[in-house]
Every structure is written in structure tokens, then in C-alpha cells.
Design a protein around this ligand. Structure first.
Ligand SMILES: *Cc1c(COP(=O)(O)O)cnc(C)c1O
Length: 241
């Protein structure tokens, strides 16, 4: 293994962890209440191995096939794999079979498919509902930008909570990108308000987790209640295109 690479990644990983700890403490939140997903999408296997050697314990991937190749190659390693990207329905079997959590559940149809594959495999899958909090057309997710329309989400979410193999844990979002993380704050606040709304309107479900914040804005996301942050480039450097 490339010791120089491991050393470089460990340094960035530790720095991000201490920034997380500081932001958690500063926000008056419990130590350990924010977990770090190291985003390894588009990174070669050597980099993923080095990230694990540097201490990463939860890895996030966006593309099912790329991820499954890595998961199989690293089958001996005890890490948690989280799917954070859009999943096409026809890839649902790969996700049901290989991941412990899906952050980006964005339709009832996908939920039903995942549930069926999990049933066949005798597994269960933790899921977060991806919410489009900005209204950008390029974004996946349940429509959440117009707060007046939140009650319309209840029937579909109600169906998802009834799928026995899916363990709903909360919400995820990917806001628009800004150079200044302050501009992202209102979108994180909106996701947090939706969590409060769903706690009130669908109280039997578990709304504990908020997955929000990337390299650009994870500190702001923690201030606004993130329990998972998804950080790639700040730890692993630039991705190859
Ligand atoms: C790529 C990606 C991230 C990580 O972005 P970085 O800029 O590498 O920190 C987080 N979440 C999602 C959904 C992503 O696609």
C-alpha cells in the first residue's frame, strides 16, 4: 500500500473530523451525534483502500455498478457502504444487495422495488428520503421547496413507512452549490423544518437523521442539524472526471 497516500489522506480525514467535533460542540450538540461519510465516488480502488487505512469507516458511493465492483474487491474490509446517488429502478437489486444505507430514496416506485429485492435476499435497508429543497429541475428528490405543499407528501411517505424491509431513518438533501456556504444555510434550515413537520404529521416513523453538507458546507450543515455529512474532495482530493 502507498504509505504516502495513506498519510496524506489521514491528515485531511483527521482535520475534517476535528472540524466536525468543533462545529458539533459549538452548536451545543452531543459529541458523536454527527457521522462522517467519506465520499469515494470516481476514486480508484487504491484511494479507497488508502481511505480505509486512514480510518474511514463509512464510505459513500454514487454509481451502483462502480460501487459494487469496489465493495466486492474490498469484501474483507469491515466498512459500511452508503449509496448517496440517484438509483435507477433497474439497479435497485444492486443497492438492496450491497449497501447498508441509501441516502437518496427519491420515489415510491424505487422504494417498492428495493423492498421486494430485500425481501428476496432476506435483508433490510436503512433509507433516507431525498428532498429537493430548491426546486432546481436538475435535482432528484421528493418536492420539498414549497412548504405549503408539504401535506401532499404524506400519502407517499406513508406508503414508504409501511414497507417492511425498509428502515426509514430521516431525510437527505443536496442544495444548490454556492461558493459561500452561508448561502446554503436556508436550504439546510428548510430540510430541518421539514423534519419537524414530519415528526408532527407522521409521528410513528423515525425522523432522526438529516444527511446534508459536503466539502463545501458541512460546517454550516452541522450548525443546522446534520447527523450525516458527506465529504469527498476535502479528504481525498480532486476526483478524476
Ligand atoms: C459527490 C457528492 C458529495 C461529496 O461532494 P464533495 O464535494 O466531494 O465533498 C456529497 N453528496 C453527494 C450526493 C455527492 O454526489
Amino acid at each position: 500500500m502507498d504509505e504516502t497516500l495513506i498519510f496524506a489522506i489521514r491528515e485531511c480525514y483527521q482535520r475534517v473530523l476535528s472540524q466536525i467535533d468543533e462545529a458539533t460542540a459549538r452548536s451545543g450538540r452531543d459529541a458523536g451525534s454527527v457521522r462522517l461519510v467519506v465520499v469515494t465516488k470516481s476514486q480508484p480502488l487504491e484511494v479507497v483502500q488508502a481511505a480505509i487505512a486512514a480510518g474511514a469507516s463509512i464510505l459513500g458511493e454514487n454509481y451502483a455498478e462502480e460501487a459494487v465492483a469496489k465493495i466486492n474487491a474490498l469484501a474483507e474490509t469491515a466498512v459500511e457502504w452508503h449509496m448517496i446517488g440517484h438509483v435507477q429502478s433497474r439497479k435497485a437489486d444492486l443497492v438492496a444487495g450491497h449497501f447498508s444505507m441509501l441516502h437518496s430514496l427519491d420515489s415510491l416506485k424505487l422504494a417498492e422495488r428495493l423492498n421486494r429485492y430485500c425481501e428476496e435476499l432476506g435483508r433490510s435497508l436503512q433509507v433516507l428520503l431525498e428532498i429537493n429543497v430548491s426546486g432546481e429541475e436538475s435535482k432528484y428528490g421528493f418536492p420539498g421547496w414549497d412548504e405549503q405543499h408539504w401535506p401532499n407528501l404524506e400519502p407517499e411517505i406513508g406508503h414508504i413507512t409501511a414497507l417492511p424491509r425498509l428502515r426509514l431513518r430521516g431525510l437527505m438533501t443536496m442544495p444548490p452549490f454556492f461558493d459561500d456556504p452561508e448561502q446554503t444555510r436556508p436550504y439546510f434550515q428548510r430540510l430541518h423544518r421539514l423534519q419537524v413537520f414530519l415528526r408532527e404529521h407522521i409521528p410513528y416513523a423515525d425522523w432522526t437523521d438529516l444527511s446534508m453538507g459536503t466539502s463545501a458546507d458541512f460546517i454550516t450543515a452541522i450548525e443546522e442539524g446534520a447527523t450525516y455529512v458527506r465529504v469527498g474532495q476535502a479528504i481525498l482530493g480532486r476526483r478524476s472526471a
